[in-house]
Design a protein around this ligand. Structure first.
Ligand SMILES: [Zn+2]
Ligand SMILES: [Zn+2]
Length: 196
């Protein structure tokens, strides 16, 4: 431990550079994983998968904290307004939590289209954190399956998608694609199997 601090002053300037406005969401994800039924082998038979309403309210409170933190240091008025709208929407979920999370699964997040760096322009930025994507040499940008094909840093939009299940920009529900992925084979496939 002492060794870590001894070397710290050598890299202090690089480390204190605010190159990211992203908020640590560890407590959000640990709560979400505890109450979420995704990832368990028997999702519908797991009694621990039924979250309590206070748990639900806390999920949205932690998500609201993320947006509050970003709003408090918003670089533009537009960004601040956008974040305050998200914060307002979450008030309702905190006051009157739903009995089921409508968010998408982690598998859905993992399957989102990643935007190649070569397709990003220098001034393209994430609507949530307003940091230009290319400022981060390891940026992970996803494109949502909404009509607007809205893009965000995966890290910025992940918590919202997992709990709200909508595009933060246009509020289009992501659920449809998720359902389509887990649905049984469609009719054409069934016909193929029958007549093969
Ligand atoms: Zn971002
Ligand atoms: Zn959208």
């Amino acid at each position: 431990m002492a060794t870590q601090y001894e070397v710290e002053h050598n890299v202090q300037f690089a480390e204190t550079q605010p190159r990211s406005r992203r908020v640590n969401m560890d407590s959000f994800f640990s709560l979400l994983n505890r109450i979420s039924d995704s990832g368990t082998a028997t999702p519908h038979n797991n009694p621990h998968a039924t979250p309590t309403l206070p748990d639900m309210a806390n999920v949205f409170r932690l998500l609201q904290d993320q947006m509050q933190t970003l709003a408090s240091t918003a670089p533009t008025a537009e960004n601040r307004t956008f974040l305050l709208e998200l914060i307002d929407a979450l008030d309702q979920d905190i006051l009157d939590p739903p009995d089921r999370l409508r968010g998408v699964s982690q598998e859905f997040l993992d399957s989102l289209d990643r935007v190649n760096r070569k397709k990003l322009r220098g001034d393209d930025d994430c609507a949530i954190c307003k940091i230009p994507y290319l400022d981060d040499p390891y940026c992970l940008v996803v494109e949502l399956p909404c009509k607007g094909a809205h893009r965000f840093d995966l890290e910025c939009v992940g918590p919202w998608l997992r709990s709200k299940g909508t595009c933060p920009m246009c509020r289009e529900e992501m659920g449809k694609k998720k359902v389509a992925v887990v649905q049984e084979d469609d009719e054409d496939d069934d016909m193929d199997m029958i007549y093969a």
